[in-house]
Design a binder for this molecule. Structure first.
Ligand SMILES: C[S@@+](CC[C@H](N)C(=O)[O-])C[C@H]1O[C@@H](n2cnc3c(N)ncnc32)[C@H](O)[C@@H]1O
Length: 319
């Protein structure tokens, strides 16, 4: 098993702040921000508008996939597998675009698939869109009915495996000859500097790098090399980038600030429990986050918190 580098801090460290963890900070290590998808979950619960905004990325992917399939001379896939689908995307977008296709929605987290099940039922596509708990490094749950697949999608997904070559090998294994792989990785995710500043204020020193880093596949050569090693040929809109602005709601609403803290909420609870960082760790974090949001210029003229121009990059490959 070969791990890809995870100590990519560019999106986390604001200009002028040293990337190295300060001595002593390890003792009070907060868990790193886990998955941006938690924001999606919160958005569902809090009825924020996040889903529609993430939707622009899924629509973009729809267009990139359509171009890739056309270029490959296979415009109508019949078997599609989406990996790390979270609440069912871009699987459900694909299901709409390819009404003849069976679509398998997969994720390691059952809670995510429960959200996907609700959306599948709402959209009335349960007959041909099914969910399956599956890890990015073990595709054995894929039944014969779903393979070989013509198309695998992996949006904001592959940075969550510690074994990228192994995961690409699994994807290669379920694709038909000439089958297409389309996905995205983050190049910048602007929540990260805000969280880093907040945790620095809470801890009194810079937090250590996150063990799972959403930016770990930022490097083009690393991804291109891994695709080539796994037997893929890149083509079409490969390495095209796109941006997304994420409006999390009014700056003066506690719910908005809590939303930005979701990735570190378990760590904050742990720090509160330990009692080494003041009586009100969450209150300190809320204030620090509000300051960080202003300092990073992320309050829109309308008074909303807008995580501006987070950038993602496509990979488009053929087996
Ligand atoms: C950022 S979300 C992306 C969701 C969706 N593809 C989208 O575009 O909105 C990442 C997802 O990866 C899932 N995930 C994390 N590690 C995983 C693993 N090892 N295997 C499968 N899924 C994983 C998480 O549960 C989460 O739903």
């Amino acid at each position: 098993m070969r791990s890809h580098p995870t100590a990519c801090w560019e999106g986390w460290v604001p200009a002028g702040v040293p990337a190295e963890p300060q001595p002593g900070s390890q003792a009070a290590t907060p868990a790193a921000p886990s998955c941006p998808c938690l924001l999606l979950t919160f958005a569902l619960i809090a009825d924020l508008n996040f889903f529609n905004q993430a939707g622009s990325a899924w629509e973009n992917t729809d267009a990139v996939v359509a171009d890739a399939l056309r270029a490959a001379g296979a415009p109508s896939p019949t078997k599609i597998i989406d990996v790390a689908s979270g609440p069912g995307e871009p699987a459900l977008t694909m299901a709409k675009s390819y009404p003849e296709a069976s679509v398998l929605v997969t994720d390691a987290a059952e809670a995510m698939l429960s959200l996907a099940d609700v959306r599948i039922a709402e959209q009335g596509v349960g007959e041909r869109v099914t969910t399956c708990v599956m890890d990015l490094n073990d595709f054995s749950p894929v039944s014969d009915a779903h393979k070989p697949a013509d198309l695998v999608t992996a949006q904001f997904a592959l940075m969550f495996t510690e074994d990228l070559p192994g995961s690409l090998e699994e994807i290669n294994g379920v694709l038909c000859e000439g089958g297409i792989l389309v996905g995205t990785v983050w190049e910048d995710f602007f929540l990260l500097p805000l969280i880093r500043d907040t945790m620095t204020a809470v801890l009194g020193s810079a937090p250590p790098p996150p063990p799972i880093n959403p930016l770990s596949l930022k490097d083009v050569d690393l991804v291109d090399g891994a695709l080539a090693d796994a037997g893929f040929t890149t083509f079409g809109r490969h390495n095209e980038t796109a941006t997304i602005d994420i409006n999390l709601g009014p700056y003066d609403s506690d719910d908005t600030i809590k939303c930005t803290l979701i990735p570190v909420t378990p760590s904050l609870a742990e720090l509160q429990e330990k009692g080494e960082h003041g009586d009100d760790v969450f209150g300190t974090a809320m204030e620090a986050m509000k300051t960080a949001i202003v300092e990073h210029g992320m309050v829109s003229p309308a008074g909303d918190v807008v995580l501006t121009t987070s950038t993602y990059r496509y990979f488009v490959a053929r087996k």
